[in-house]
Design a protein around this ligand. Sequence first.
Ligand SMILES: [Zn+2]
Length: 457
Amino acid sequence: MSDKVSHLKLTRFKRTRHIIQFPRTHLLLIGIISFGLCSFVIAKFSDDPADDRFTTESVLITLPEVPIPVTTPTNASAVTATIPKAIEPQWRHINTKVRPGDNLALIFKRHGLSPKDVHLVSTSKPLGQRLRNIFPGHQLALEVDDGNRLMKLSYATGPLDELAYTRQGNTFVGEQITTEPERMLSYKHGTIDHSLFVASQRAGLPDSLTMRLAQIFQWDVDFVLDIRPGDAFYVIYEELYLADEFIGHGRIIAAEFVNQGELFRAVEYSNHNGDRDYFAPSGDSMRKAFLRAPVEFSRISSNFNLRRVHPLWKTQRPHRGIDYAAPSGTPILAAGDGKVVKASRTTPNGNYVVVRHGEQFVTKYLHLSKFGRGIKSGTKVKQGQVIGYVGATGWATGPHLHYEFLVNGVHQNPRTVSLPNAAPIAKAEMARFKTHTQQFSLLLDNYKSQVTVALAQ
Ligand SMILES: [Zn+2]
């Protein structure tokens, strides 16, 4: 039994779309960009043989509509000014893409515009300075009058974000336009035969979300060593649309992972401060004070797919840590918040880092090819910060991270040691948490039961 119900139809959920002042030219520009993006996505999807393979077995699942909390765009700077909306027909329109090494002056020169206009628009307050760093691949749309004067400029940093500048006499008025995409919930289920990545790809879950899924459950499941055939996942995530065009994937809203028969469930919650994180439906954090595996998962997993039958640690000699084989140069992450007490080199250890986390805990990282930026004795580090890179320095037969976890000076197995929890939902916020997340848990239940029914048929 594998991923029969892997290709499920979307259920449509509407969120309010926020459009802050949206002239037609911008829509056009965004249209062009999203068209480009879309064709890329479609091309990529149709390359995937799994798509064809599973379409025939797809099951249409309809789930009830639930209201979804609306996110307000956070970075929209409000600029109030009367900006002429009419597009003058005699203006010349230039659409151009920023090339590597470009700056506004070069682009203006290429299109026969004056350096004076570069100065005017890039010194306009308060958004002009944002044009001093423009990035290759981003889109610029210019409107020029018959006297070759720049009248409007819009710089799109993505399908949802745009800076627009309109001439007002001898200056420009800038505005930031953020479009809130339409969000639709998508559902995916997969059963694992050999690796999470293979199962996810077969189910049509994009790699970026597979990574996210593994990050969410990393404290409950070691995705390098604990995965077994028959493990399964159920994911509800957002797909983003702009004017009915798919523009990308949003966040995972809720997910369940079944590992060796044990069920783990996570729902996303944004607290009253706007901080997002994943919690069990009980309100416990999915996080712990330490990462389970302090190496970038995607890089190890590719190794793991091939070698999972043969555990990577050497059993013929006492081994006080765990070895994660990974390509040389793979980032190594601080397992928890703490302070570097040693970043040094010895013959057996090669380059190594020792981090102290409060009174009780110490973690050690050996055989590094090099240290992370600024990592030396005394450096304070945050959980997930890069402290070094995988290598084969010291007594190592190949590139790997040797990782040790000490509690009160005693070595513990980092895979099985019980880790201190991150803070759960505060009592005062529990009611709000329940109202916001219960519906997602219900959706997940509903989806699971429909998958079960579909598989039984
Ligand atoms: Zn080792």
